[in-house]
Design a protein around this ligand. Structure first.
Ligand code: XIL
Length: 350
């Protein structure tokens, strides 16, 4: 089993290896890391002709110097939002043009060129990649729409192509389909199962489902709201994960955190709730034995969590959220002990 986190190249006041306090957490606890934004297409490809590998290269050199593995996130983020794809893709005239055959060929070329370029840079130094990220629309369960999807008529052409290209260029890498899987929406889970089944039917080389695990306490109701929320999520995820493993996929926790946005009370109350949810979630996921060997959090320290952005909700008491294993002063929280307990309790991997 390996434990890890996301990190970034942001500097001394961020979740960066350039921040000595954050680097100390990585080096104390982590076997594996993953760049938060530096390998995403908008970061890597400011123009079609340019690959900006500098920040990710430095992160990989850091990880290698500490004997820590680094995985890759991501080769194709399949969402409509403006920050997901570089502006030269979003504004591409051929993709949006009236010549359907040309648009289709252009979309395929963009995907193949990007993956080929990244693969040539990192080769076997990065052994696990989120090849496709978040391609299922939670509202409909269908493949999401975006400028690339429109150019191929909204089917799975580009997703399949991304995996086939990755397998050809990175024959030794674990290829991951990565998505939310927070236990909440049945339509999304069904859509992901359909997509994974389709990959199998078409012989698309996907090894692993990345279970992001951005779990949290959102709606809290009833007389025992914390445990109800936990049980609701766990009972939804179990049949889903059973089906994923039955299809022959491996599982990986890729981006875990526990959002306490609606948990009332003191810091101790909030930390007890997130620790309990983390323990229940990891106990379930680690119960799949040799199908799961990696757990990565999306941040070690509350201070730098992406969830502090008010776009993801604000607490009614105005306090920052506490979603990570360490608090804003770099002190371990009960959630860290939950992770240790879940790792200790699970069966030995072979
Ligand atoms: C987030 C980063 O943490 C933020 O810094 C960035 O502004 C947006 O993306 N799912 C994913 C990650 O797959 O790439 C996202 O990372 C968090 C949700």
């Amino acid at each position: 089993m390996r434990f890890g986190t996301t990190f970034n190249a942001g500097g001394a006041n961020s979740g960066s290896y350039l921040n000595p306090s954050y680097a100390a957490l990585i080096e104390a606890d982590c076997d594996i890391v993953v760049p938060e934004n530096e390998l995403k297409m908008p970061s890597l490809r400011p123009t079609e002709a340019t690959f900006n590998f500098g920040p990710a290269d430095a992160m990989l050199a850091y990880a290698e110097s500490k004997g820590i593995a680094m995985r890759g996130h991501n080769l194709l983020w399949y969402r409509p939002d403006s920050y997901i794809l570089p502006s030269w893709v979003i504004n591409d005239k051929v993709l949006a043009g009236s010549d359907a055959a040309a648009a289709r060929a252009r979309a395929q070329q963009i995907v193949v060129d990007h993956i080929t370029g990244v693969a040539a840079q990192y080769g076997d130094r990065i052994k696990s990649w989120d090849v496709v990220n978040e391609a299922v629309d939670p509202g409909t369960g269908a493949v999401r729409n975006n400028v690339l999807a429109q150019a191929v008529g909204g089917d799975t052409t580009l997703l399949d192509l991304a995996f086939r290209t990755a397998r050809a260029k990175l024959p030794n890498a674990e290829l991951v389909y990565n998505d939310y899987m927070d236990g909440g929406t049945p339509t999304h889970r069904t859509g992901v199962l359909d997509l994974l089944k389709g990959f199998k039917d078409r012989g698309v080389p996907v090894d692993t489902l990345g279970v992001q695990s951005h779990i949290g306490f959102y709606g809290l109701t009833g007389s025992d709201p914390i445990n109800s929320a936990i049980n609701y999520n766990i009972s939804n995820m179990k049949p889903f994960l059973d089906a994923v493993v039955a299809m022959g996929y491996k599982i990986k926790v890729t981006e875990m955190d526990v959002n306490d946005v609606n948990v009332p009370g003191t810091n101790a109350d909030r930390d007890a709730a997130t620790a309990a949810f983390a323990k229940a979630w990891l106990d379930l996921i680690l119960s799949y034995g040799n199908s799961v060997k990696d757990v990565l959090f999306w941040g070690m320290c509350d201070k730098y969590s992406w969830l502090q952005d008010s776009a993801f909700g604000s607490r009614s008491d105005g306090q920052p959220k506490r979603p990570d294993p360490y608090d804003a002063n770099f002190q371990p929280k009960p959630m860290r002990q939950s992770i240790i307990d879940a790792f200790t309790a699970t069966t030995k991997r072979s």
